[in-house]
Design a protein around this ligand. Structure first.
Ligand SMILES: Nc1nc2c(c(=O)[nH]1)N[C@H]1C(S)=C(S)[C@@H](COP(=O)(O)O)O[C@H]1N2
Ligand SMILES: [Mo]
Length: 436
């Protein structure tokens, strides 16, 4: 316990209740951890801090930060490993980073994001039908059986699917919506037909500019669809945009949109309509639930964080920003005394772009070590990174990990371009670890 002002409080409590004041008290005007402050910080963290002289003011020490709100509640969903609950109605679960170590995400480790109810399981999945209509010459109605028949080329690809709000909990002030950490991401192996082939079979009219996606699930109020989003036709025509009917070689699990779902990799996950019933081709942007306003839209010019905004001059969020996860070391993990190096690995991705580098720092960003980054097995798959970092002595460290995309854009130190519904937060991640 240290005496800060009149009341005695632990540094931990102070950081929890008023991080800014704690920071000002601990780091003072010199902006460095010295003397009593250093002792207090060491006591709060429960270890010596080898790189204390580099610990920056203005960034909550990772050991004291509560990522994603109060300690996570784990949920058991049939067929899944325990996942972090981000909501019960509608059902939303997040994958802790350390369960995402597989290159291909098994169904048991795949996050769940529902916007409404869950439709009933159908008795005859192969008979499930969906339509393609609107600005086409010949509307199509197809069954899963038709997709499996080989009338259209069948492709299998490893594809990322990431919620537009992934990383939302890193925004300050808090943005509204499920408080995701980095785990609203999956990279399964999907089998299906290209949406482009279906659209070419239907024949696009001159006026075909946008898509509108429809599924079988209803809003929890029972009034209308749970969600219905759409995008520009160019994305629908890409090689990797699929109408999928298998995931990891099996029929798609019901919770992930069986019998057929859309897969729009690299762009906000909400476009990847589950329980697909219809793709509408439109001359004007789609106006379904989840379109317009501040939904899946981001400011073109920065707005004041925490301010109200109707989103009238926002733009639709499309490609997701660069992000990395650390999958073999958990935040809060302890290593035996004498551990002098760490083997690290994880995954990284960058929406429509690829990841060109991943760097790790264990000294608060003073120095960075380049990791090895493997090329993606196909476009829109995430990429494996791995490497090793040295630790000079026992104590408390923060492993900071940061990816850079093929256009040179890096994960920033803090989440930027704040927006009311919290899209696009991809700051550098930090895992606190103890050696000894
Ligand atoms: N029909 C339907 N499709 C949907 C949704 C939904 O609620 N209903 N959620 C969307 C959102 S916001 C995301 S992030 C992904 C989540 O897919 P998953 O639950 O398979 O992980 O599906 C998208 N497709
Ligand atoms: Mo989402």
């Amino acid at each position: 316990m240290l005496r800060f002002g009149k009341t005695q409080r632990s540094l931990e409590e102070l950081y929890r209740d008023d991080p800014e004041r704690a920071d000002a008290l601990v780091f003072g005007r010199r902006g460095a951890l010295k003397g009593a402050s250093l002792a207090a910080m060491g006591a709060a963290i429960g270890a010596t801090i080898p790189f204390a002289d580099r610990m920056p003011a203005g960034i909550l020490p990772a050991a004291l930060a509560q990522q994603g709100g109060q300690g996570p509640t784990l949920v058991e969903f049939p067929g899944k490993v325990p996942m972090i609950s981000r909501g019960e109605r509608p059902l939303v679960t997040e994958a802790p980073e350390t369960i995402l170590d597989d290159d291909v995400t098994p169904a048991s480790k795949f996050f769940i994001r529902n916007n409404g109810g869950i439709p009933d399981v159908v008795a005859e999945p192969r008979a499930w039908r969906f339509r393609i209509d609107g600005e086409v010459n010949t509307p199509l109605e197809l069954s899963v059986g038709d997709l499996e028949s080989g009338r259209f080329p069948i492709v299998t690809l490893k594809l990322q699917m990431e919620c537009g709000g992934n990383g939302r909990s890193f925004f300050r002030p808090q943005a509204s919506g499920n408080q995701w950490g980095n785990g609203a991401i999956s990279n399964a192996e999907w089998t299906g037909v290209r949406l482009r082939d279906l659209l070419q079979a239907a024949g696009l009219k001159e006026t075909a500019r946008f898509t509108g996606h429809h599924g079988a699930d209803l809003h929890l109020s029972g009034d209308g669809p749970a969600i219905s989003r759409g995008m520009v036709i160019a994305k629908a025509m890409e090689d990797t945009t699929l109408v999928a009917f298998r995931m990891n070689g099996e029929p798609i699990p019901h919770i992930h949109g069986a019998p057929v779902r859309l897969l729009v990799p690299g762009w906000v996950g909400s476009l990847s309509q589950k329980w697909l019933t219809r793709i509408q081709i439109l001359a004007e942007p789609h106006r379904g639930r989840g379109m317009g306003g501040t939904s899946y839209r981001i400011p073109v010019r920065p707005i004041v964080p925490g301010s109200r905004n109707d989103g009238a001059d926002f733009v639709d969020m499309t490609s997701m920003p660069v992000r990395s996860i650390l999958t073999n070391v958990a935040h809060g993990q302890r290593f035996p005394a004498g551990t002098r190096s760490l083997e690290l690995r994880g995954q990284a991705w960058a929406g429509d772009d690829t990841v060109s580098a991943v760097h790790v720092s264990v000294d608060y960003g003073s120095t960075w070590t380049a990791m090895e980054v493997l090329p993606p097995p196909n476009k829109h798959s995430w990429q494996r990174w791995r490497g090793r970092v040295a630790l000079p002595s026992d104590g408390y460290y923060e492993v900071w990990y940061r990816a850079t995309d093929s256009r040179g854009r890096m994960q920033p130190h803090v989440a930027g371009n704040w927006n009311p519904q919290g899209y696009g937060a991809n700051p550098i991640s930090r895992a606190a670890i103890l050696v000894g």
